[in-house]
Design a protein around this ligand. Structure first.
Ligand code: SF4
Ligand code: SF4
Length: 137
């Protein structure tokens, strides 16, 4: 199990000194984890230290298909929502409320591989696209 640093990283460098294998580097403020050096802290700590000290929820995540999938999904989603929030529309209040709810649920959903939510968010993103289309026309 290896870890990776995502675009949520703020560059605080808290993870840098705690890595027992020296897998984390900082180059011009950009953090990275060398996959051939990261062993998930196995044999050193019971939990991955980089993720444990990271002040963000998703700056440092496990390299797995599900975690990377959800991270990519939420990045796309956040981009879409920020564009939508910049568009004056009658339903903006509704979307703002939905967005805040989504933020609260995010940590739970990222840990989940629940197919119900996967299907629900797929349907939701399709709805978002159909709503955005007339606004951007
Ligand atoms: S999981 Fe452990 S070994 Fe891997 S980068 Fe993070 S601190 Fe280093
Ligand atoms: S602790 Fe998290 S936010 Fe800070 S540099 Fe490491 S990955 Fe980035």
């Amino acid at each position: 199990m290896t870890y990776t640093i995502t675009s949520d990283c703020t560059g605080c460098q808290r993870c840098l000194p705690v890595c027992p294998t020296g897998a984390i580097t900082s180059t011009n403020g950009k953090m990275a984890i060398a996959p051939h050096l990261c062993n998930g802290c196995v044999g050193h700590y019971s939990v991955p230290q980089c993720a444990a000290v990271c002040p963000t929820n998703y700056g440092c995540i496990e390299v797995s298909s599900s975690s990377l999938y959800w991270h990519a999904w939420f990045e796309t989603y956040d981009r879409t929502i920020s564009q939508l929030k910049g568009t004056p529309r009658a339903h903006l209040g509704y979307w703002q409320s939905w967005y805040e709810t989504h933020r609260r649920l995010r940590s739970q959903l990222e840990q989940s591989q629940n197919s119900y939510w996967h299907q629900w968010f797929t349907a939701y993103s399709q709805t978002l696209r159909s709503i955005r289309s007339p606004a951007s026309a």
